[in-house]
Write a protein that binds this ligand. Structure first.
Ligand SMILES: CC(C)(COP(=O)(O)OP(=O)(O)OC[C@H]1O[C@@H](n2cnc3c(N)ncnc32)[C@H](O)[C@@H]1OP(=O)(O)O)[C@@H](O)C(=O)NCCC(=O)NCCS
Length: 235
């Protein structure tokens, strides 16, 4: 059966506890102490239309939600979880892509970022256009960084004055992406224009050469001279 991936709403409240349980179990398994999420918080995200849920029939399959930081200048797609039995089938990629689109619709000006140690998440983020960046390029919203306090590696973050930790910071900057797309478009326009100018130059040169050849022939004929070129006839 195919997965159904939708923007979550009140009709999905019944999955909130299960989502939290999966998040907690996976955090324990990975040995990270991510901030514990409670069903009330998950339901709030669902009510606000800031979460994406994946279902297989009625069965829970995956989840992710949007958080805003720095007065909406930054957006994070957090709490990504795929049920263990449903992993490795491209579901996280679909959920992340869906929550990314939702974030772009809701906050078109915002920078979208994440911090992660997960190779899968880094791969997915890269495909969506995120770039690895120093932590200094991420939000300085204290509340966001407070979420790291329950992580077992928090001492590293403190020791480095929040410069780096085991997580990699990744950022999608809509302005930089737009400039890249615009630059690509300009490059393409310049390339097409250059090709067109080259074709035109070739045509003009050819016309000129033909005209010169015809002029030369007339002159030669007038002088009673036949160019050797016209003497060479196929056997
Ligand atoms: C991380 C997680 C969400 C991935 O879910 P998933 O549905 O298995 O991921 P996908 O199948 O969409 O895989 C996406 C890509 O990552 C790769 N990938 C998946 N799991 C991987 C792993 N453990 N290590 C390395 N790469 C992995 C896949 O091969 C795929 O790459 P591809 O496009 O080249 O095929 C899931 O393992 C999970 O819920 N883990 C626990 C919670 C967690 O770690 N959340 C992230 C917190 S930042």
């Amino acid at each position: 059966m195919e997965f159904q991936i939708v923007v979550a709403n009140e009709s999905h409240f019944g999955y909130a506890q299960e989502i939290c349980d999966h998040m907690e179990a996976s955090a324990k398994q990975r040995g990270t102490g991510i901030a514990k999420r409670y069903p009330e918080y998950i339901c709030k995200k669902m009510t606000e239309g800031k979460a994406v849920i994946a279902l297989k029939g009625d069965e829970f399959a995956g989840f992710c939600y949007i958080e805003t930081w720095g007065h909406g200048k930054y957006v994070a797609n957090s709490g990504l979880i795929v049920k263990e039995t449903m992993r490795q089938s491209g579901l996280a990629k679909k959920i992340k892509s869906s929550v990314f689109e939702l974030s772009r619709q809701k906050y078109p000006e915002a920078k979208i970022f994440g911090i992660t140690t997960s190779a899968a998440v880094m791969k997915i983020n890269s495909e969506l256009g995120y770039k690895p960046v120093p932590f200094a390029d991420l939000t300085d919203d204290e509340e966001f960084w407070a979420g790291c306090k329950s992580c077992s590696n928090h001492d590293i973050l403190q020791r480095t004055q929040r410069k780096y930790c085991l997580c990699t910071g990744m950022l999608y900057d809509p302005v930089k992406e737009k400039n890249t797309v615009d630059a690509d478009k300009t490059d393409r326009k310049v390339a097409i224009h250059a090709r067109w100018m080259q074709m035109k130059a070739d045509m003009l040169l050819e016309q000129e050469a033909t005209a010169q050849a015809q002029d030369g022939q007339k002159t030669e004929q007038k002088a009673g001279f036949v160019s050797p070129r016209y003497d060479i006839m196929p056997n």
